[in-house]
Design a protein. Structure first.
Lengths: 232, 232
């Protein structure tokens, strides 16, 4: 059996599809505003609004919806009819109500790894939304702890590890975001396994991957995870 | 020393003012819509929207803001100008950015009780907003655990008590809501101390107080708490 005792997983875009729903919202949103501005202007203005509101709102669909409404009012100088703003609210509700679509191979991998390791889930965003997705995923019973956090900086990981008496040197974190899942855990002495998703939100992009480190791995698919874990 | 080992506190309207901010939003909101409808119609329609969205959105200021926008569009048949919707977004931001105003006597009481008991904070709402308020309150260092939950039903309390290995029979819960703070804890065999706030949101009202029980107490002010705790 491998020395790794605890495996922590990110959820959105690591276990289930998420960014594709935001992408779909962006597409419909740009379409809605296309008579006022080109898609590039809409996208960049929305991103700036989101970043300005991040400290106050935090992550998640409700924050995104509020920033989308604010941006639409601004970009149209208040000319957008309110039934179109109502459509933006509905886009958000559709995202919240959307079924959870697991990535290929997830259930088998999680089930397999849970027999020899403690699994924990560490995800950021709206509390209610993340709890609902965890429940819908059918995976809760395989995780020893479920942690919804408002941010994923190294101090957030540190607090979780301390609370559950986990030594980061015996921990592997698996996720699609170098910035939120991998770098903060490497900083604490843990191991990071990066499995990129097909899409990355601009805010989660980092300039470069970590330096080659014995604690950093990259995989193409979660299906390769049990084999790698067995070698650690 | 009393047998009570752990004292759990609700936060909003138990340690700091909160409902007064919502009340202020309601006043400004009714004013904004006063040329379309009387305040009673506005209030009852907003409440129905909030209840319909509760399962999807959960509690908190962002949910409230989204429901306020949705209701304003509906009540004006889409005639509300978008700069007025922008004002509703700003009301919500003002609430999120508002300073935390502790109730009278809170700091002294919490500091005193923390010397002989484990204190935990159990609050529901937006994760980011509640964490920010806890930080702003200056009280974090007195609490052993801070728990932000998406709901406060008996199963939510049960999960927290299990996680921290707390026997509810040795626990006292202090809060302003009979429905969310007191009844679920009495159900689990704990002790409930109800300290009503000057305002109660309609959703938190219950038809009647618990039957006289040896585990239920009511106080007028948190300043009376140490004396009561000493007798338990």
């Amino acid at each position: 059996m491998s020395k790794t005792t605890t495996i922590a997983f990110d959820a959105d875009d690591t276990l289930w599809h998420n960014e594709n729903l935001f992408e779909e919202h962006h597409r419909k949103y740009c379409q809605l505003l296309s008579e006022y501005h080109d898609a590039e202007t809409v996208e960049s203005t929305l991103f700036r609004t989101e970043m300005r509101n991040l400290e106050l709102y935090g992550y998640g669909v409700k924050s995104f919806t509020l920033s989308s409404i604010e941006t639409a009012i601004k970009l149209t100088d208040g000319a957008i009819p309110s039934d179109e703003l109502r459509r933006i609210i509905d886009f958000g509700k559709d995202m919240l109500a959307h079924p959870v679509e697991l990535l290929e191979g997830v259930t088998e991998v999680i089930e397999t790894l849970s027999t020899a390791h403690d699994l924990i889930l560490i995800t950021k965003g709206d509390l209610r939304d993340q709890e609902r997705k965890i429940a819908k995923s059918g995976l809760s019973q395989f995780f020893r702890h479920l942690e919804v956090v408002s941010d994923k900086k190294s101090e957030d990981y540190s607090r979780i590890f301390r609370q559950h008496q986990i030594d980061p040197r015996n921990l592997v974190m698996v996720g699609n975001s170098l910035k939120s899942d991998i770098l903060p855990v490497l900083e604490l002495g843990g191991t990071g396994i990066h499995i990129p998703y097909q899409l990355t939100w601009e805010h989660e992009r980092v300039a470069s991957a970590p330096n080659q480190s014995t604690n950093f791995y990259e995989l193409e698919s979660i299906k390769q995870l049990p084999e790698l874990i067995a070698t650690l």
